[in-house]
Design a protein around this ligand. Structure first.
Ligand code: NGQ
Ligand code: ZN
Length: 435
């Protein structure tokens, strides 16, 4: 089916009278009979960082424990939530998360996937069973998948042993190679599988060097410098800060995504820019977990590449990730339009940065991914030009109408085409998991 937009955003430019046929785009043409007509089309955004299973515990970690809560106490709750999760459970929760992502305008997900093994840590008959379940959820919803099978072997810097709560995540470099091979053999249509060393806490330098060839030109993602304790522990281990260590010791380049990269010196920030790597920012989760604030203004001005990710999926909303990215900067800089270029729109800068950096991060162009905006939302009344993106990000409550991938419509009237069946299965899954 072909789509015709009165106005569409193509490569950062607004173009009138655009016809989209699968991945082909023609500008300045009339609609043809049978074309579906919409007022405004924008490209689907990449979601560079997700742990889909965590959607199931959204809202369940917001009560204070006996002491003071932080990232590490949240992690204990997360480990408990995942203890009994079966392959069926994972598939049902991931499908719910992916349907919601599509409903907000995310059309490809980077799934940073580490829940590999059975509850007792033993392998499933197929070592990539859980990866296949992620693939099945992507296929059922239609979202594009860049699977990032996670390499996880240690419980802290310097090769500290992993704890029993981490046993479902663990591999050695050999079993990891098998897992990625098997996962690649079962990917859905236009799926990609890169690799993701979980963090410098979870892999030794020798292990990192051993697994890098498995990427074979595909994306490499790693969590880095998210928490101040992680920075302190890294210095105690190596004498260097995490990003400093990574840039010195690993071949960081355009195929890498540094997830969070929250705590940076000026030299580290400039080092990431020079490497060409993408900073994978997750503003909602970073706020929820109390991580800190990425120096986005300086990084963008220096030409750094960013993507956004929904990470813990505590709330799934593409526009909100961009909004919160800007609002964090406003609250600390006590200024407005901090991430915009002088004289330009904040929304356009954020959207184009997250689109280009996100495509780089996930290793896919996404040219067949389209979103039509819901011009019935009063927030879009009499808006034109960049004010459309600004109103989507800062003002609208029901911004999305339809979403397509490669000509296939996945969302209509703001709802995923299979939303009801997916939500029914999700509710049944949670009823059992949380019983
Ligand atoms: C994760 N999530 O792997 O799910 C992590 C927490 C960790 C975030 N960092 C666990 N947001 O980093 O050890
Ligand atoms: Zn993460």
């Amino acid at each position: 089916m072909s789509i015709w937009f009165e106005t569409a955003l193509v490569d950062g430019n607004r173009i009138d009278r655009v016809r989209v046929d699968g991945r082909a785009i023609t500008a300045g043409v009339d609609p043809q009979p049978g074309d579906e007509r919409h007022a405004i089309g924008i490209p689907g955004l990449p979601n560079v960082h997700s742990h889909a299973f965590q959607r199931g515990m959204a809202g369940l970690a917001e009560a204070r424990g006996p002491g003071s809560d932080d990232f590490w106490s949240w992690r204990e709750l997360m480990y408990r939530f995942v203890e009994r999760m079966t392959p069926d459970d994972l598939e049902a929760i991931a499908a719910q998360a992916y349907a919601e992502m599509l409903e907000t305008g995310f059309t490809r997900v980077g799934e940073f996937h580490y829940l590999h093994h059975a509850p007792d840590g033993s392998r499933y008959a197929d070592i990539a069973e859980m990866s296949h379940r992620i693939g099945a959820a992507a296929e059922a919803t239609g979202i594009g998948l860049t699977l990032l099978p996670v390499f996880y072997a240690q419980g802290g810097f310097g090769g500290a042993p992993a704890g029993s709560a981490q046993r479902r995540f663990l591999n050695d470099p050999d079993s990891f190679g098998d897992l990625v091979d098997r996962a690649r053999a079962g990917l859905p249509h236009d799926g990609i599988a890169g690799i993701a060393p979980h963090s410098l806490r979870a892999a030794t330098p020798d292990q990192l060097r051993a697994i890098l060839p498995v990427a074979d030109g595909r994306p490499i993602h790693i969590h880095i410098a998210e928490q101040v304790k992680e920075v302190a522990d890294c210095i105690a281990w190596s004498g260097k800060r995490p990003v400093e260590w990574l840039l010195d010791e690993m071949p960081v380049g355009v195929d890498w995504t540094l997830v969070h990269a929250t705590h940076l010196t000026d030299a580290e920030r400039i080092g990431i820019v020079r490497s060409g790597a993408v900073a994978g920012l997750c503003p909602i989760t970073e706020a929820n977990l109390g991580d800190g604030l990425f120096p986005a203004a300086a990084f963008l001005d220096e030409g750094g590449a960013i993507g956004v990710g929904s990470d813990s999926n505590v709330r799934i909303d593409a526009a909100e990730e961009l909004r919160l990215l800007e609002y964090g900067q406003r609250l600390t800089a006590r200024a407005r339009n901090v991430l915009a270029a002088p004289g330009q729109s904040t929304g356009a800068r954020l959207f184009n940065a997250a689109l280009n950096g996100g495509r780089q991060s996930l290793g896919a162009s996404g040219t067949g991914d389209w979103v039509s905006l819901n011009t019935n939302d009063p927030a879009f009344a009499n808006r034109s030009g960049d004010a459309i993106l600004d109103s989507w990000i800062f003002a609208s409550r029901a911004p999305i109408d339809c979403v397509w991938r490669n000509g296939r419509k996945l969302v209509q009237g703001g709802r995923h085409i299979h939303a009801e069946a997916i939500a029914t299965r999700y509710r049944a899954t949670l009823a059992r998991l949380l019983a």
